[in-house]
Write a protein that binds this ligand. Structure first.
Ligand SMILES: Nc1ncnc2c1ncn2[C@@H]1O[C@H](COP(=O)(O)OP(=O)(O)OP(=O)(O)O)[C@@H](O)[C@H]1O
Ligand SMILES: [Mg+2]
Length: 304
């Protein structure tokens, strides 16, 4: 689907709940609602926004559609590297299952039912965020020893893999090292997950660069099927799961502006909110500018 087709179909008001579907509801994530289609799952990305792992009372109109459509684009780009959870004919699946609402289609994926691995697979090419904090304290990021003298936002000599636990709702994911992550998923599978995550990061970084963005870091999720095959699941290389910077504004020694929720986070930090629920409402301007950011990232990748 083209960027303009997606952008012109976005709702004016944020869609933060998904009601009235005839399918059994399985689970609610911070952003997604998951329904049981029997032989498949329906993942619906709402317009909800979370910051510091708390869902904000305001959504960003159309954000869910942007996330789903961007993931679909990346699933196509990465299909040569790793199989993904999308059933091959999304339009056909929607038609067959009576999913006719246009807004719902744009924010939905019909996916294979898989067993998610119990780790979050983070790949980083730049020294920023929690990686930068850890490096300043220990010179390491999740057991990866790095050269001395690196500055905030510096590009790393090589991308690194920094997995975390998958924390239950309301808790924070904790960084773990190779040995801990291998103990959770099994050594052989872990090697594959690590190599695939790094290959996906490199591909994502190259494509994003062509689109005028730097992919600083990103988080993947993988699942396995009944035969034990490794499959890329969830969303992929979106501003919610990744840190993208405009290439033109990138420089080291600072925290560059990003396409993710940084704008909202900056607003919340300025309010000195204690990061416990309930979160404060967002001003209309913060909502509008955040929507612009998500759309800009999509336009950069898909073209106008
Ligand atoms: N193909 C799949 N099969 C099974 N589970 C999946 C599949 N794709 C994604 N999931 C799961 O669906 C959920 C997506 O929901 P969402 O992104 O809103 O959750 P979240 O807020 O990130 O929190 P959490 O991942 O802890 O539930 C994730 O738990 C993810 O692991
Ligand atoms: Mg998620």
């Amino acid at each position: 689907m083209t960027f303009s087709a997606i952008a012109s179909a976005l709702p004016r008001v944020a869609v933060t709940t998904i009601d009235g579907l005839p399918f059994p509801h399985l689970a609610s994530g911070k952003v997604r609602e998951i329904f049981d289609l029997g032989d498949a799952l329906l993942l619906v990305a709402t317009d909800r926004l979370s910051a510091f792992d708390v869902i904000l009372p305001d959504g960003i109109p159309g954000k869910g559609a942007v996330l789903t459509q961007m993931s679909n684009w990346w699933f196509a780009q990465t299909a040569g590297l790793i199989a993904n959870h999308l059933l091959p004919d999304q339009a056909g699946e929607f038609a067959r299952r009576g999913i006719t609402n246009r807004d719902l289609q744009l924010r939905s994926m019909v996916v294979r039912k898989l067993k998610p691995l119990a780790i979050e697979c983070v790949a980083r090419g730049y020294l920023i965020g929690s990686g930068w904090s850890s490096y300043q304290k220990t010179g390491e990021v999740c057991g990866n020893r790095l050269p001395t003298g690196l500055r905030q936002a510096d590009r790393l000599p090589e991308p690194i893999f920094t997995p975390t636990t998958k924390a239950p709702k309301g808790q924070h994911d904790e960084p773990i090292n190779d040995a801990q992550a291998a103990a959770i998923v099994g050594a052989a599978l872990y090697e594959k997950v690590k190599a695939t995550s790094l290959a996906l990061y490199r591909l994502g970084h190259d494509r994003a660069k062509q689109a005028g963005m730097i992919l600083a870091d990103t988080k993947f999720e993988f699942g396995t099927d009944a035969a034990g095959n490794l499959i890329l699941i969830d969303e992929v290389l979106t501003p919610d799961s990744s840190r993208y910077w405009p290439a033109a504004e990138y420089r080291a020694d600072c925290s560059p502006p990003s396409y993710d929720k940084q704008f909202v986070r900056d607003h919340l930090v300025a309010l000195k909110w204690n990061q416990q629920p309930p979160a404060p409402r967002l001003p209309a301007e913060v909502i509008a500018r955040t929507q612009e950011k998500y759309l800009a990232a999509l336009r950069n990748l898909l073209g106008p």
